[in-house]
Design a protein around this ligand. Structure first.
Ligand code: GLA
Length: 390
């Protein structure tokens, strides 16, 4: 069942009256610029037509949140937020740290947080590289805003979500996911410069479909791996500064400079930083290709990105490699690669629209033949960012 009627019915049942408000915030898929949003690079995500839905009303004293996807409830007061506990002192469950973390970050930014009763559910699969956590954060950021009666621009809410994830949940993520969930534009790609935070939407090129192929493999406890990769990039910047004193991040290092200095880096930092430097350079070429409508060139760069994530950044797994390779061999496919952090989840495929149906079927069959189970494949619609619904 779709999450919207689910949360509405469950709210009524739990609290004995309909909710005052309903918000929706989408997940995202990323076409290009992977693992560069914490290296000041360019990213090209789109918000997708899968989302977290929150039905909510103002409450007195404490907040009560019901997570239908976990069949659990959490209670906390504003004063419990820093300690991440319920009034009885028990630690908040893992899932509650996203809505609570966003309240904490917004309160720290000086916004008024008013208690709420809420029921939420999502059809963004968890651990699938489609930013289910950012969609929860952005849905609740808007919910807290609605009850608090203030009005932060979407990008500011995204930054509060990133802060919550970095400092409250403990994942050192960049800004891409929260940004895409907060700022999504229908039928459009979103181009964000993660250094300046300047962004604009680009219409999806004519005649193409974005196809998401889910391996069904779920990422588990990978925040350690993610944080390690970010640390390796930061270490590389520190070491490269000996020769390039002006650099602030890998965005400031050209592939030529990197090649000249790479031997000075320890092997792990060298591989990670090479991915970031080359991926940042690739995004610039890819944007030029997109501007000229050259989808073949753009798709080729997506394929190159997959290889780099597999061999240099080492965040791919067999299932993702098979999914990307089968896709790349099919008619109508411009490019295919893993999307998001990696270690499981989905590939993103850019496919000629008139061949997308046949592509999805052949991809499912080809993947099943090699891996023995059926993947979930869907043609995805770029959607609007977080919004209050009527
Ligand atoms: C996760 C993070 C993002 C980004 C991607 C990789 O989704 O939340 O900030 O780093 O991985 O591109």
């Amino acid at each position: 069942m779709h999450p919207k009627p689910l949360v509405l019915a469950a709210f009524q049942q739990k609290f004995g009256q309909p909710p005052q408000f309903l918000v929706r915030a989408p997940g995202r898929v990323n076409l290009l610029g992977e693992h560069v949003d914490y290296n000041d690079g360019l990213v090209l995500p789109a918000a997708i037509d899968r989302a977290t839905w929150v039905a909510f009303s103002a409450a007195e004293g404490e907040s009560t949140l019901v997570a239908l996807d976990f069949d659990q409830q959490a209670v906390f007061r504003l004063e419990d937020l820093p300690a991440k506990t319920s009034p009885d002192g028990a630690p908040l469950p893992e899932w509650a740290r996203y809505p609570a973390g966003v309240a904490w970050a917004l309160a720290q930014a000086g916004q008024q947080i008013c208690p709420m009763r809420a029921v939420f559910a999502s059809d963004v699969p968890r651990g699938a590289g489609l930013s289910s956590s950012a969609s929860v954060e952005m849905a609740f950021a808007l919910a807290w805003q609605t009850l608090g009666g203030w009005n932060l621009p979407p990008l500011e809410r995204a930054l509060a979500g990133q802060k919550a994830e970095n400092q409250y949940v403990g994942v050192n993520c960049g800004i891409m996911d929260q940004f895409a969930s907060a700022c999504g534009v229908e039928n459009s790609l979103l181009l964000l410069d993660t250094r300046s935070l300047a962004w604009r939407s680009l219409p999806l090129p004519e005649g193409v479909a974005i196809v998401v192929a889910d391996t069904g493999v779920r990422r588990k406890l990978t925040s350690g791996e993610y944080n390690r990769r970010r640390a390796a990039c930061e270490q590389a910047v520190e070491l490269l500064r000996a020769d390039l004193p002006g650099i602030r991040s890998l965005r400031d290092v050209s592939p030529q400079e990197f090649n000249r200095l790479a031997a000075k880096l320890p092997p792990e930092a060298e591989k990670r930083a090479r991915h970031a430097v080359e991926e940042i350079a690739r995004s610039e070429v890819a944007l030029a290709a997109l501007a000229q409508g050259d989808l073949v060139a753009f798709g080729g760069l997506m394929n190159a990105c997959h290889v780099s994530l597999r061999d240099l950044y080492e965040v791919s797994i067999d299932e993702l490699n098979v999914m990307a390779e089968v896709a790349q061999s099919l008619p109508g496919c411009y490019g295919a690669r893993l999307t998001g952090a990696g270690f499981g989840g989905c590939t993103v495929n850019l496919v000629a629209q008139n061949q997308a149906g046949a592509f999805a079927e052949s991809l499912a069959a080809g993947y099943r033949l090699q891996m023995g189970h059926s993947p979930e494949i869907y043609i995805c619609k770029a959607s609007q960012g977080a919004a209050l619904c009527s």
